[in-house]
Ligand binder design. Sequence first.
Ligand SMILES: Cc1cc2nc3c(=O)[nH]c(=O)nc-3n(C[C@H](O)[C@H](O)[C@H](O)COP(=O)(O)OP(=O)(O)OC[C@H]3O[C@@H](n4cnc5c(N)ncnc54)[C@H](O)[C@@H]3O)c2cc1C
Length: 394
Amino acid sequence: MKRRVLISGASVSGPALAYWLHRSGCAVTVVEKAGALRDGGYPIDVRGTATEVVRRMGILPQLRSAHIDLRRCTFLDADGGMVASVSPRAVAGGVEGQDLEVRRGDLARALHALVRDDVEFLFNDSINTLDQAGEGVDVTFHSGRRRTFDLVVGADGMHSRTRELLFGPEGQFHRHLGHCFAIFTMPNTLGLSREVMLWNAPGKAAALYAAGDGDELHAFLTFHRPEPPLDVLRNPVAQRELVARVFADAGWEVPGMVDAMRDADDLFFDTAGQIRMPHWSSGRFALVGDAAYAPSFLTGQGSSLALVGAYMLANALARHRDHTAAFAAYEGGVREFVALNQALVEDGAATLFPTTARALEQRNAMLRDLVTMPSPTARPAHSALALPEFASMP
Ligand SMILES: Cc1cc2nc3c(=O)[nH]c(=O)nc-3n(C[C@H](O)[C@H](O)[C@H](O)COP(=O)(O)OP(=O)(O)OC[C@H]3O[C@@H](n4cnc5c(N)ncnc54)[C@H](O)[C@@H]3O)c2cc1C
């Protein structure tokens, strides 16, 4: 009988896992709490080993056409004066002509299109309870559906409900990185085109990101907070007030950004953090992508880890009929890659969001040097995992 697998979450890791599981002969169901595929969103990167995953899925040409190909990244000081204008690759360590930057929605759509005819999608629903006392996992859904699966995988992101059901509260796995961020879209009144402008003051940063030549920008407001502001995390009104307070005396275009944030209907506020867990599986359950090992946007590696993790998990399940052996092989194969990429966070935070005047000065000096030096090559962590051939079912 076909292995029946339920995946919770239809963003990046969920559909990627569905694709590879279907290819190895599983019957796959994906449950997503949103009413439809979530479109739009900020640009994300696909680099190194993950590029090989999307090539093997056949969507590399499509993603190449969706590549944003940013022209420049301009850093500004507290008064809005230019510090340096550099190639985005010089900052993130990407490889020209190989690494991809695409809108999150474009990647999610490409992945979904690959599997939508072969995999069952249950939108507007989510897992309510899980019980693995019997031969399989008995699942009840919020809609009232009841089904039984052989395996259940949580691909439901950083604040995974599946992880909470199986392993307990997020707090024990969440590593706060000392920054909070607000992200929203706003009108492109500056006429920016395929570029990023990043304004810094010690402990505060504001970025405007033009993914194309269109009339909308992605706006980021980020600030240092050693302790996570737990009191505002579920309160959008308090989030807006906190951000407005932090940026009250900021220069450049920041006052306009704060006004736009107040009107934005897509404000996303969160703390920058990582998920670090001693194990990613338990019994017939496993986690993949941000749910298991979110590296934070400071590394720019979340989507790449999600794609590589999905491939490695499906490959392990294709090689091992026994799921316990498969989950052990998955963890063994991916853990070091995850650790190397999570470690990139120190570089990311130091480059993008220096917290003291001295650190900001040092960062600016480094940027001025970058303008005159050849671009650094790719980060070894991005390609640190050599992808095995995909197995057929034993
Ligand atoms: C502001 C920001 C900027 C980022 N920038 C980058 C970048 O530059 N480069 C990069 O590589 N990555 C970046 N990332 C990270 C990247 O988006 C994630 O790492 C990546 O999308 C992980 O994919 P995922 O599928 O595991 O999780 P997610 O993309 O978080 O998807 C989880 C899915 O599960 C669904 N879901 C949630 N709860 C439930 C539930 N209870 N039941 C059913 N479904 C549920 C959600 O609706 C969602 O569709 C950024 C993230 C943020 C927030």
